[in-house]
Ligand binder design. Structure first.
Ligand SMILES: [Zn+2]
Length: 122
């Protein structure tokens, strides 16, 4: 199974599947009148923030091929909050580019989170 090219949202360098994770912070789920979805992010372990209990994280060793991403999409589709995250946009972009790049990282969350809609801005 072909491993996808994966890019760290923090340092913007390639991430080997054994070296990082992807996650969404569920405290970022939209609360009316805020409609910005919670962003999924990718980072090396050393580039990622401390994961709180509200983070839904997935090791890249379990999410680095198309078939693994398809499995996670099916699994996450059972979560009531999935549509309030950028997962589907991230999957669409990954399918179109062949690269898992969920955009710039967690540190600049504030500046980007308000304008992420159905399509990602990068
Ligand atoms: Zn990094």
């Amino acid at each position: 199974m072909t491993t996808l090219n994966i890019r760290c949202g923090t340092c913007r360098k390639a991430v080997h599947p054994t070296s990082g994770l992807l996650w969404a912070d569920l405290t970022d789920l939209p609360k009316p009148p805020d409609v910005a979805p919670a962003r999924w992010r990718i980072a090396h372990y050393e580039c990622a923030p401390e994961m709180g209990a509200s983070a839904y994280s997935i090791e890249l060793t379990r999410a680095a091929t198309y078939s693994e991403l398809l499995w996670w999409t099916a699994h996450l589709s059972e979560k009531s909050w999935l549509e309030d995250t950028t997962w589907m946009s991230c999957m669409q972009l990954t399918a179109e580019t062949g690269v898992m790049d969920f955009g710039p990282g967690w540190a600049d969350l504030g500046s980007l989170s308000t304008d992420v809609g159905g399509d990602l801005p990068w």
